[in-house]
Ligand binder design. Sequence first.
Ligand code: GAR
Length: 200
Amino acid sequence: ARRVVVLVSGAGSNLAALLAAHDDAAYGARVVGVVSDRAAAGGLDIARAAGIPTAVVAPRDFEDRTGWDRGLADTVAIFRPDLVVSAGFMRILGAGFLARFPARVLNTHPALLPAFPGAHGVRDALAHGVKVTGCTLHVVDAGVDTGPIVAQVAVAVGEDDDEPALHERIKVAERELLVEWVGRIARGGLTVEGRRVVVG
Ligand code: GAR
């Protein structure tokens, strides 16, 4: 199976979905490590409960951003990943990190990019008054949520939706999308040609 390292900062429901899929050998991908910037991330508990090795690389332990970025890459590299999946990882991966894992880093985002990039995709979509939003799986490049898109799913915004309610529905779609495409990429490979992503 292809080796996957998952980066988490939060609850880790996307991670949990990958862990529910990876025991099946036919899935083609296996989570071999989980790395967080926060010791308190719920995703770390989910990983430990599943017996997956974890590591924390906290910015405060480094002199600057570049040092942290290198430390993160060094830690991720120990797991020899074929694929790195940022799943609720709330920090920007630097050029140094990305150069170590070229075209092998994916991110899941809770909006239909290029609309509403950044840390508050759900809140920003609601504030704008869109009637349809969703989630995006994309290859990470040097920008913020700007990389080539792998797949997207639309989610309708309800009249009474607040941020938590809408985010919860987006996350249901997001988990399915992530599990489906990480498996497809693991089994078929991924190539990036400009803005075009070819899987399989
Ligand atoms: C997910 O909805 C993910 O798209 C979002 O955080 C949530 C993490 O949930 N990420 C971002 O907003 C990144 N800018 P989880 O910890 O339960 O997987």
